[in-house]
Design a protein around this ligand. Structure first.
Ligand code: DGJ
Length: 550
């Protein structure tokens, strides 16, 4: 009797659990820790992306703009991504193809992409190419483009309409938000359990060009009006944590707490840019908010960066740029962070600018000809959530080898990197023409890092110096993992007059997170015990134990 009763209780439990797992209704509608959706969490000073409750490092690449518009075109690309050792891919979703007629949605491309990503064990970051793509509105559907009365355009100083939808239109904003919400609703239904899609980029490289602001009638009226009180309140409350470049503009104009845009921020392009940033960010916020209501994935906005010396209007202005982070934060709380597309050589400078005042770093686009040493540096020195070279499917043979080699090593290191992010137990290094040597301090040791010898020969013959770099992770007081490419590392104690020597040094790999030592590196491989050397023709991992003597 008791046995029969226990069996029926057990069966009932199994049935209920089974139903919970199978029913889409059991899937959460909104985000939050309790619902176990992909989300951002703090670990010390780092912000990490959690997927299925575990930190995830996006070792990624972004597809070229048109590749995801045709599933047949994509078919041969998936295995290539796998061979490159990616664990995630950034893929556009095009408004014009998702909603070819108003209110009629076609999810076949998205579904096909999610299905293939699962097959190749890849996570997806979707890029919502909608109202704006690199400033322009080329991805707006035909029914939007051809109805400028209902969906008005931004205008130049001369009153000329541009191929840019104005952010000063409720119709534009609502049409985009409705389409985006349909997309996230669909993802909620089809992907909340598997969680193949882990994050979404809202729009792409928003920015105003060739004028710093829109000159449509609605824009002119808003520009002549008062700075919204909520923005002024935000600035007063966050006065001590404003981006220095932005604080300077406000200070130079007397730090007023009310007035028109020109009264508060002065006359000219800088004020116009702040004004546009407020409106762009507010628009992106409405889109993100509508999407999150259906399915609360982490969402970010990306920016085209500024060439040295360029003024607002000369670059895509008012986007999610580091000097405008306060404007974006105040106007777009539904955008979780802002992100740089780094195509310039001064990679480390841009990382530092985006790793400010709690903004987590993620690099959705990097120049695909740049060294992947950048990725090692970013994840270790700036706790980056991930790295992604642009047009990853179009690498030539040399670049394929480079990326595959680097990502193979970074995938092995990912669990360790994630464990140590934000705790002060890890550092990244990037050596370029301006900083040929550097010192890192971790725990009780100083690491002097320099280029390996090949660097000198390379600049003699090529002009552009190769970029070497890597990372150091403290395993215990005297043991460290050092990984990367093209580095010579010597050691010293952080204090006292003792000398640091190498107790043992191995190359090796991580297999399923476990260290598997290879050769013991001594003799010529460590310059007879003087240093650790990571050759510049590949990416590698070495584990060193240090000791002190006098
Ligand atoms: C940056 C954009 O975000 C990408 O979509 C693409 O247009 C690249 N530029 C091209 O270099």
């Amino acid at each position: 009797m008791i046995l029969r009763f226990t069996i029926s209780i057990l069966c009932a439990c199994i049935l209920v659990l089974g139903l919970l797992c199978l029913s889409p209704l059991a899937q959460p509608k909104n985000g939050g820790a309790a619902l176990n959706l992909p989300r951002l969490v703090k670990q010390g000073t780092a912000t990490q992306l959690l997927v299925h409750n575990r930190p995830f490092l996006l070792i990624a690449g972004e597809l070229g703009n048109s590749s995801a518009s045709n599933l047949d075109y994509l078919r041969p690309i998936w295995p290539k991504l796998e061979k490159l050792h990616l664990n995630a891919v950034l893929v556009p979703v095009y408004w014009e193809l998702l909603e070819p007629a108003e209110g009629k949605f076609d999810f076949s491309l998205v579904d096909g992409i999610v299905e293939s990503a699962r097959k190749y064990n890849l996570k997806l970051v979707l890029l919502w190419f909608a109202t704006w793509k690199n400033s322009m509105s080329c991805y707006a559907p035909y029914w939007v483009k051809t109805d400028p009365k209902r969906f008005p355009r931004a205008r130049g100083k001369d009153g000329q309409a541009m191929e840019i939808l104005t952010p000063f239109s409720e119709e534009n904003r609502n049409a985009d938000a409705r389409a985006f919400a349909s997309l996230t609703k669909h993802l909620q239904k089809t992907d909340a359990r598997e969680q193949t899609v882990v994050m979404i980029q809202v729009e792409n490289e928003i920015g105003m060009i060739p004028d710093a602001r829109d000159h449509s009638q609605q824009a002119n009226e808003a520009y002549a009006g008062q700075v919204p009180a909520e923005f002024m309140t935000y600035l007063r409350r966050n006065k001590n944590d404003l981006a220095p470049e932005f604080a300077e503009i406000w200070r130079q104009n007397g730090e007023k707490t009310s007035g028109t845009w020109e009264e508060v921020f002065g006359k000219g392009p800088p004020a116009e840019e702040i004004f546009m940033a407020w409106h762009f960010a507010g628009y992106a916020n409405s889109v993100a908010e509508a999407g999150k209501k259906e399915y609360a994935l982490p969402m970010y906005a990306n920016a085209a960066l500024i060439r040295p010396g360029y003024q607002p209007g000369q670059y895509p202005s008012a986007g999610p740029l580091p000097h405008l982070i306060n404007v974006w934060r105040a106007a777009a709380p539904a955008i979780d962070f802002i992100a740089p597309d780094i195509y310039f050589r001064n990679f480390s400078e841009w990382c530092a600018k985006y790793d400010r005042s709690g903004n987590p770093l993620f690099i959705p686009e990097a120049q695909n000809s740049q060294s992947l040493a950048n990725a090692f540096f970013a994840v270790a020195q700036h706790n980056a959530m991930g790295y992604s070279p642009f047009s990853i499917e179009s690498l030539d043979a040399d670049r394929t080898l480079h990326v595959a080699g680097a990502y193979d090593v970074l995938r092995q290191l990912a669990p360790l990197v994630l464990e140590h992010q934000g705790k002060g137990e890890m550092a990244g290094v990037l050596l370029d023409d301006e900083s040929q040597k550097t010192q890192l301090r971790i725990g009780e040791f100083v690491f002097n890092v320099a280029h390996e010898y090949s660097w000198r020969y390379a600049i003699r013959s090529q002009g552009d110096p190769p970029r070497f770099g890597g990372l150091i992770i403290m395993l215990s007081r005297d043991e460290f993992i050092i990984a990367g490419t093209g580095l010579i590392v010597t050691f010293a104690p952080r204090s006292g007059d003792a000398i640091a020597g190498i107790a043992s040094l191995h190359e090796g790999v991580f297999t399923d997170g476990k260290w598997v030592p290879g050769r013991r590196m001594n003799g010529d491989q460590s310059h007879q015990g003087r240093h650790l050397h990571l050759p510049g023709n590949a990416f590698g991992i070495q584990r060193v134990r240090l000791y002190l003597y006098k």
